[in-house]
Structure formats: structure tokens, C-alpha cells
Design a binder for this molecule. Structure first.
Ligand SMILES: Cc1cc2nc3c(=O)[nH]c(=O)nc-3n(C[C@H](O)[C@H](O)[C@H](O)COP(=O)(O)OP(=O)(O)OC[C@H]3O[C@@H](n4cnc5c(N)ncnc54)[C@H](O)[C@@H]3O)c2cc1C
Length: 338
């Protein structure tokens, strides 16, 4: 069981800057995100797009902003739990008990929900009984491509992820690409490369087909795909990979006993606390009159929520207001030697 001052749900820009503000005032936190990377919408939806309205930064991309936010909290050495969704939150002796999809258990007096528009989840196959193979031989993301060497893979999808992985994995595996339409949506250069691999018998392609059935006991042995005309085909498969994009859903956040209004969490504007003591909400997920869904608003909300957390984490201490330019304590927390 991990003990900490604050659990931050969501490693988007708002969660990251809130972590900085917690570090500055001497609190510890654990940061949890369902994605396999840090940065929320900035990194998942627009890493290469320039942002023009971050104060004092005339222009930076989603990726650059994320990199700088990560750099800014490095001195605090906070722990990230990626690929983990916060599933359960329960009150336990005046504190909060937090459990994730990977069974991490954390006890904390404060939770800051910086969950944006909800957790990013892969769009999944709808074939019956497929759940029992998920995470083993049915995958929606790839962490270690070496497990596929010499194996038979069936990749589903028609966008960039499906095409890029089909091209990459065809170097060491037997790859079949299946798409429910005739046209691929990926970059023209990737489509050309795929067609060239097909011509050279390096990959097999079936279009207008979808996954209909999976066969196997612990691992998949074979699958059945069905053409839109109804014709079925059986394919040998050690692994089935689906790349259908991401959906965002509030999911478990809806069951934490919080007031929810049109998929957002109402908060007060003094410290961004919700209707539950010790649970704060900041960034795109919070709502109050005048709320702007902008990164700069999320930064302000994170700074005030961090101060709100202090009173539950250090009930016997009074938080002193200090400037980072002049405070010895802040500089020491940042590892700055004078
Ligand atoms: C194309 C585009 C362009 C944009 N341009 C601008 C711009 O120019 N300027 C600007 O200010 N804003 C812009 N925005 C908006 C900005 O990106 C958002 O306001 C900002 O990302 C919100 O940050 P956040 O940290 O609140 O949430 P997010 O960035 O959405 O991050 C939330 C994170 O929480 C995680 N999460 C949610 N629930 C759970 C859970 N239960 N367990 C674990 N993790 C969870 C999600 O996986 C996600 O990573 C743009 C948005 C888009 C889509």
C-alpha cells in the first residue's frame, strides 16, 4: 500500500502543473494516467500542433509543452503510474483509498481529479468472448515488439497505426492486414508501402472484412473473419492486434459519489474542491461559472487546488505564502544551490 499526500488522476498539462505546485509547497504526490504516455490531450491528440496562448511562450507544440512540464517537476521525483486507470475511490478513516486497474493501492488525504474529458481508452473488437484473450493474445497497443518475432499476426484497422505496425512487424513476423473498408485512411506513403509489401508477398491483405470469431483455450489458435457479403474465412493467428483509435470516457469517475453536471464536476473557485472533502477537480473536467477550457485556466486551478490539499495533508501546519524567487525552502525543494 502506497501512502502519499495527494493522488493526481490524469497526467495532462493540468495534472502536471498541479504536481509542480504540490512540490513547491513540500507535498508528495503519485500521478496516475490510463495512457501509456504523459501529456493528456496535448500528446495524444495534437503533439505537432503549435499552441499560441500559453503565457510567456509565444509558440510551442503539444509535445514541447509536455516536455517542459515534465522537466519542471523533475526535481521532485514524483512517481508516475502509466497504463493504469483509477477505478475505485473509497473513504477510509478520514482518508481516501484509491485502487487502479493494475491493482495499485494508495492511501491519501487528497485526490486531485485532472481527468480532462475522461480516460482515453482503445476502441475494442465487438466479437463475442474476445475479452478473455485481451492483454494476452488480443492487443490494442504494443509495448515490446520482440514478442511477435516469428509469429502469425492479424492486424485490424485502416489508419496510420495499423499501417505503420503492419509495415514494421512484417520484417520479422507473418502479417495479415484486415480492414472493413476498401480504402486505407493512412498516409499515402504508408499505403504505397503496404501495397508494395503485398505485391512482394510479404503481407496478406483482406478488405471489407471484420473479425467475427476467435478460437482457442488460453491463447488464440485461429480467428474467423467475415466479408460484408457474409463470406467467412479462417486465419491462423498467434496474436490479434486492433488499431481503431481511442475513445474518451468518464467511466469510473461517474461512480465516485461526486456531483456531475453534463460530464463535468462542479467545484468552488476558492480551492477547486468538489462536493467531497479532500477531492478536488481541475482542468477540462471541472465546472464553475466562467470556466474556460484552456490550459492556462488549468494551471491556475492546479495552483489553488494544491494549496487546498495542504490543510488535509498537514493539518497541524500553516501554509506560508512564499515567492519562488526568494524562498529558501522552495529553492531547496527544487534542488537549487545558493
Ligand atoms: C486539437 C486541440 C487543440 C487544442 N488547442 C489548445 C490551445 O491552443 N490552447 C489551449 O489552452 N488549449 C487547447 N486545447 C485544449 C487543451 O488541450 C485542454 O484544455 C487540456 O489538455 C486540458 O488538460 P487536462 O489536464 O485538464 O486534461 P487532458 O489533457 O484531457 O488529460 C487528462 C488525462 O486524464 C486521464 N484520465 C482520465 N480519467 C482517468 C482515470 N480514471 N484514470 C487514469 N487516468 C485518467 C486521461 O487519460 C488523460 O491523459 C486543445 C485541444 C485539442 C483537442
Amino acid at each position: 500500500m502506497i501512502k502519499t499526500d495527494v493522488v493526481i488522476v490524469g497526467a495532462g498539462p493540468t495534472g502536471l502543473f498541479c504536481a509542480h505546485q504540490l512540490g513547491i509547497i513540500g507535498l508528495k504526490c503519485e500521478i496516475i494516467d490510463n495512457l501509456d504516455k504523459i501529456g493528456g490531450q496535448c500528446i495524444e491528440l495534437y503533439p505537432d500542433k503549435p499552441i499560441y496562448d500559453i503565457p510567456a511562450i509565444p509558440e510551442c507544440t503539444g509535445e514541447e509543452l509536455t516536455k517542459n512540464l515534465i522537466e519542471q517537476i523533475k526535481p521532485f521525483n514524483f512517481n508516475f503510474h502509466l497504463n493504469e486507470r483509477v477505478d475505485e475511490i473509497k473513504k477510509k478513516d478520514e482518508k481516501w483509498f484509491v485502487k487502479t486497474s493494475k491493482n495499485s493501492e494508495i492511501i491519501t488525504p487528497n485526490i486531485v481529479i485532472a481527468g480532462g474529458v475522461g480516460s482515453f481508452e482503445p476502441r475494442k473488437f465487438s466479437a463475442k468472448g474476445i475479452e478473455r484473450f485481451e492483454g494476452k493474445s488480443v492487443l490494442y497497443s504494443i509495448k515490446d515488439k520482440s514478442i511477435f518475432n516469428g509469429k502469425s499476426l492479424v492486424i485490424f484497422g485502416g489508419g496510420d497505426s495499423a499501417l505503420d505496425w503492419a509495415i514494421e512487424l512484417s520484417k520479422n513476423s507473418n502479417v495479415t492486414l484486415v480492414h472493413r473498408r476498401d480504402e486505407f485512411r493512412g498516409a499515402p506513403s504508408s499505403v504505397d508501402k503496404i501495397m508494395e509489401l503485398k505485391k512482394n508477398n510479404k503481407i496478406e491483405i483482406f478488405t471489407k472484412y471484420q473479425l467475427a470469431n476467435v478460437k482457442g483455450v488460453d491463447q488464440i489458435d485461429s480467428i474467423e473473419i467475415k466479408h460484408e457479403d457474409g463470406e467467412a474465412k479462417s486465419l491462423k493467428a498467434d496474436y490479434v492486434l486492433g488499431f481503431f483509435g481511442l475513445i474518451m470516457q468518464l467511466g469510473p469517475i461517474l461512480s465516485w459519489g461526486l456531483n456531475i453536471d453534463k460530464k463535468t464536476i462542479p467545484v468552488n473557485t476558492e480551492n477547486f474542491e468538489t462536493n467531497q472533502k479532500g477531492i478536488f477537480a481541475i482542468g477540462d473536467i471541472c465546472f464553475y461559472p466562467g470556466k474556460l477550457k484552456l490550459i492556462l485556466s488549468g494551471f491556475h486551478e492546479g495552483a489553488l487546488a494544491a494549496r487546498g490539499c495542504f490543510k488535509y495533508a498537514r493539518p497541524d501546519e500553516k501554509l506560508k505564502f512564499e515567492f519562488s524567487t526568494t524562498s529558501k525552502a522552495v529553492k531547496s525543494r527544487l534542488g537549487i544551490k545558493e
